[in-house]
Design a protein around this ligand. Sequence first.
Ligand code: ZN
Length: 145
Amino acid sequence: MALDDLYREVIMDHYRSPRNYGSLDNPTHTISLTNPFCGDEIILELQVSDGVVSAAKFTGRGCSISQASASLMTEAIIGKPVDDAVAMMRGFRRMMRGQLENEEEMGDLVALAGVGKFPVRVKCAVFPWEALRQALTPEQLPDDD
Ligand code: ZN
């Protein structure tokens, strides 16, 4: 199986069977966001305790890229210290600009790297991470960070 096909398979699998879909009983952070570029919607809920993202769930609707990205993101950040989750968010944004620094660290998220070639879809892939950014880092990040 070609790598592109494998990645497409991962994306479609997460789109069809999103992981961590739903809502938390006692979220510490709730962010609701709409992507003006293609109408994607997400409600991201986090439970942060002792500086660790102990739980994350989302609901929403939208294109396959945004939904798969949200699903992959929750899998990637659960159990991570907030600082690591923020570092991963920055790494993901860089990956979307073609700068994949640490493939191992990005894990399954690498399946979305190919989206970087399609600027219109980058907004969809980054969208759930933008919700995470707003939840965890109140300050505005410059686009190149
Ligand atoms: Zn979209």
